[in-house]
Design a binder for this molecule. Structure first.
Ligand SMILES: Nc1nc2c(ncn2[C@@H]2O[C@H](COP(=O)(O)OP(=O)(O)OP(=O)(O)O)[C@@H](O)[C@H]2O)c(=O)[nH]1
Ligand SMILES: [Zn+2]
Length: 379
């Protein structure tokens, strides 16, 4: 009798979980999740320097007090260049200010609230603090980071999720390697004859992303593509404060009229700041700030979006040359930097309302969007 053995089974002594990572992206995801839970993370530099960091967005007063007790006069507040500028500090790489002895509310005031008194002194920020703020942005949290230098082998912080400086950039660059289509199906859309939803998974930040393929795009010519960042208020609820809903629907109509094209619906609410900060910014806009100054008050740049995901999705759809439906030259430049051949650009507009005039004017005058302001606003 022959006994069959599984000759291809690996020798357990040589099996490992190495193929599961963690790689740079996984480290960043874990760290982002920890920040969302209000827990500190650790950033380690190439030179062995290390930093422990927490965002004020999710820190509790008790957690802040514990960290403060533990770290004493080492505890600092990181300010992004934009937040530093709001506090009259000119720091192109961001600034650090000492917060030893300050209570939680005062730290929050300095970190992201309006009307804070500029501090007496500051130091240029370290790259470790900038990386920590990058993780907060990935987690759609405020980049108001409380942090302190620590020894990389300090056992108190041994359980903290840890990333290396540069991990975010490495993970972003690897986006296309990780992306795959997990579902694809036709969905009937009002006013559109043929639309297929293609769902991608594996990109950075774990959220599945949608591409809507309208009609039959002809890849022999630049494919009309709308790269649309989500705007729940405008796209879904018809908010009058922006032109996003119109751009979404007009974009789909244009794709159909051109015989086929693709709309990428990217999960980057509030220009990549998240719905919570977008609503905070709306509150500041109601107090008189424009969109860019409102975002700066919270520590954000004028546009925090990234388009590696969009480029990877286009690659996955085998689309190399595109006619981009946009008024935003930064989108064109970013996609080109990601290797997409943006051969043409088609403007895409919405309705001007009393409520969105200032938003559109700021886009044109401060954001460099190619909007004919005089025609839009009637002179
Ligand atoms: N932070 C912030 N984001 C906003 C505000 N109003 C709209 N947004 C966001 O702005 C983004 C607009 O996305 P898009 O329409 O794809 O891009 P765009 O930069 O306007 O460029 P176009 O391609 O010309 O439309 C969405 O992520 C919205 O959620 C605002 O007042 N503050
Ligand atoms: Zn909008």
């Amino acid at each position: 009798m022959t006994i069959h053995t599984n000759a291809s089974a690996a020798d357990p002594a040589h099996v490992s979980l190495a193929s599961f990572g963690p790689d740079a992206a996984i480290r960043c995801e874990r760290a982002a999740a920890e920040l969302r839970f209000g827990r500190p993370i650790r950033i380690v530099g190439d030179d062995g320097a290390a930093l422990v960091a927490l965002t004020l967005d999710t820190a509790t007063p008790a957690g802040f007090r514990d960290l403060s007790d533990l770290l004493g006069d080492r505890l600092q507040l990181y300010l992004t260049p934009q937040r530093a500028s709001v506090l009259a500090i000119d720091a192109p790489d961001g600034a650090m200010i000492g917060i030893d002895g300050l209570d939680f509310d005062t730290a929050c005031h300095l970190g992201y609230l309006r009307g804070a008194v500029p501090p007496d002194g500051w130091q240029p920020a370290s790259s470790l603090a900038g990386e920590a703020a990058g993780v907060a942005r990935l987690a759609l949290l405020l980049p108001a980071i409380v942090c302190a230098s620590i020894a990389a082998d300090d056992p108190i912080f041994a359980d903290c999720a840890t990333i290396g400086v540069g991990d975010i950039a490495v993970a972003l660059a690897a986006t296309s390697r990780r992306f795959e289509v997990v579902a694809e199906t036709a969905v009937p859309l009002a006013g559109i004859k043929e639309a297929r939803f293609v769902v991608f998974r594996g990109g950075f930040a774990q959220r599945d992303q949608i591409a809507i393929v309208v009609g039959q795009p002809d890849r022999a010519f630049p494919v009309p593509v709308r790269v649309h960042s989500s705007c729940i208020t405008g796209d879904l609820f018809g908010s009058l404060k922006c032109d996003c809903g119109d751009q979404l629907r007009n974009g789909l109509k244009t794709l159909e009229a051109r015989g086929g094209g693709v709309l990428l619906y990217l999960d980057q609410e509030g220009r990549g700041t998240g719905i919570a900060s977008k609503m905070r910014a709306y509150g500041l806009q109601a107090e008189g700030l424009d969109t860019i100054d409102a975002d700066a008050e919270l520590g954000f740049g004028a546009d925090e979006r990234r388009y590696e995901t969009a480029a990877a999705m286009l690659d996955g759809l085998d689309i190399k040359r595109i006619d981009l439906l946009t008024n935003n030259p930064l989108k064109v430049a970013y996609l080109r930097a990601c290797g997409i051949d943006v051969a043409d650009r088609t403007p895409v507009t919405g309705t001007v309302t009393v409520e969105n005039r200032r938003y559109l004017r700021t886009k044109a005058e401060r954001g460099g969007h190619l909007l004919a302001v005089d025609r839009l606003f009637g002179g």
